[in-house]
Design a protein around this ligand. Structure first.
Ligand code: PLP
Length: 505
């Protein structure tokens, strides 16, 4: 068979695509339906999946016409051994959002398979992203300084993850220093002991730390009693560094920390940065609002973003809480010239007339990867389908469900809130022995009906004034499709464990 004939018949053959898509749609419908009843996490031993897979790739393929068999095989061998992140009883980590428009947008993006590295390599890919970023800036009530259309230097792009966003911010912040002639070995970065691990990882990747424990140029500040950055501590540490000849390049403040949803005081942090300018230059302020930021579609939750207008960059992940499947992180910068200056490189094969005019946005210079898919399509579909109003209802509905969990915790004498509920996140501890909370999480999760997460946070010792690391159980409401019945299942699972292990009080 000649190549042209082979290719028409198999990889891109339209008949087989149609049949295959029908097969996937049938599977998707029954999978999504099954989430109502199936366990969130199966009991799987390492090697179970590997054992079912041939050691070597097949010499002869089965042909695209037979793809239905592969869909079935994937369902029984892989899907049954996954944690079902979109189960309505998934309350762990921060759930991954999803919705029909997002799935369809992702599918269209896969069909198109464009590479929007440059405006000229797929104009609509870039222009849609530019507009969707501005839409989202407006939806979240962000300052005009971050929108392409409402500022001269602001704008944003879609990154894969918040980890990539903080890395891009750090590289830009470092560049802003080195451009002034500062030795890159002198730059430092500041964050809190409650910040996501991606901040320290970014420092490791950017060469500011040799490993996760290297604190020579990374300051992980002890937080205050509310697990927030204490601006006085930040100021003292930054000042000591400046006096020692180091140059603060970036502070990362978190709006909605991973363990408890703590919100750093952004305005007071910006005040510190204004006071500690070095040679008139202010240190870069990056805001990690990866999870909580989505809630700012609701005006009543925007207080947490106070001061954001003084930041240099912000990230929010619709893939966490805005009905858009993984991956989708929104990253805005006040001055995209610093970002592109830090990552722009012009090999001959990427040169083109449009880029030379400087009129177009070439997103390849906004992050580490060169190639980029049309991620904006799924977000555009989500926003067009649900509108701002629908997105607000989605967030408000989840917050109401989290309030149900909070009420139950407050009413049960065997548990207490470890800290105030933040939006959809409720953190609780079991009263009594220190190891009870961890056991609760492990043993409830092992039953498979619901999934929650354990974390450790420094909490003030009652009365004594000191702090000690304390176990908490995190219940994060955010899975698509979660409803009152699922919250009841969650509470029943936790109560059942308490009845068995703690007894009635
Ligand atoms: N920032 C916060 C506050 C997070 O909670 C997380 C993940 O949960 C991240 C950053 C990292 O997100 P990503 O997986 O998009 O890198």
């Amino acid at each position: 068979m000649d190549y042209k004939h082979w290719i028409a018949q198999t990889p891109m053959g339209q008949d087989s695509l149609g049949k295959g898509i029908e097969g996937v749609v049938d599977w998707a419908q029954s999978y999504l339906q099954s989430l109502e009843t199936r366990d969130v996490s199966p009991a799987v031993e390492w090697g179970e999946v590997l054992a079912g897979l041939e050691l070597n790739p097949p010499e002869q393929g089965i042909g695209v016409d037979e793809i239905g068999g592969l869909i079935q095989q994937a369902d029984s061998e892989f899907v049954d051994r996954l944690v079902h992140w979109n189960s309505p009883r998934f309350f762990a980590f921060f759930p991954c959002s999803n919705s029909v428009p997002a799935i369809l947008g992702e599918l269209m993006s896969a069909v198109l398979n464009v590479n929007g590295m440059l405006w000229s390599t797929s104009p609509a890919c870039t222009e849609l992203e530019v507009r969707v970023m501005d839409w989202c800036a407006e939806l979240f009530g962000l300052d005009d300084a971050f929108a392409f259309g409402r500022s001269t230097t602001g704008g944003g792009c879609i990154q894969g993850t918040a980890s990539e966003a903080v890395l891009a911010a750090l590289v830009a912040a470092r560049r802003r220093c080195t451009k002034r002639g500062i030795d890159r070995s002198k730059v430092t970065v500041y964050t809190s002991d409650q910040a996501h691990s991606s901040v320290v990882k970014a420092a490791m990747v950017a060469g500011l730390a040799d490993d996760a424990d290297d604190r020579s140029r990374v300051r992980v500040l002890e937080t205050d009693a509310d697990l927030r950055i204490d601006p006085a501590v930040l100021e003292r540490v930054m000042l000591e560094d400046i006096e020692a000849g180091l140059i603060p390049a970036m502070v990362v403040a978190t709006i909605g920390s991973t363990s408890t949803g703590a919100v750093d005081p952004v305005g007071a942090i910006a005040d510190v940065l204004d006071r500690l300018k070095v040679d008139e230059h202010r240190c870069w302020l990056h805001l990690d609002a990866a999870w909580a930021g989505a809630a700012s579609v609701c005006p009543e939750f925007r207080g947490m973003m106070d001061g954001h207008e003084r930041a240099d960059s912000i990230c929010i992940n619709p893939h966490k809480w805005l009905l858009t499947n993984f991956d989708c992180d929104l990253f805005w910068v006040r001055d995209h010239r610093v970002l592109t200056d830090s990552m722009s490189i012009q090999p001959a094969y990427l040169k083109n007339k449009a880029s030379e005019t400087s009129e177009v946005v070439d997103y390849r210079d906004w992050h580490v990867p060169l190639g980029r898919k049309m991620r904006a399509l799924k977000l555009w579909m989500v926003i067009r389908c649900f509108g701002a109003d629908g997105l607000r209802s989605h967030i408000r509905g989840h917050v109401e469900l989290a309030e149900m969990v909070e009420r139950w915790v407050v009413d049960d004498p065997r548990v207490e809130l470890a800290c105030e509920r933040m939006l959809g996140l409720v953190c609780l501890k079991v009263l009594g022995d220190a190891d009870l909370t961890k056991r609760l999480v492990d043993e409830v999760n092992a039953r498979g009906r619901v999934l929650i997460t354990h974390s450790m946070v420094p909490i003030a010792d009652d009365g004594a004034g000191g702090r000690q690391m304390c176990s908490i159980a995190r219940v994060s409401v955010g899975s698509p499709g979660v409803g009152k019945g699922d919250i009841e299942v969650l509470c029943t699972e936790i109560k059942g464990w308490l009845d068995r292990e703690v007894g009635t009080r």
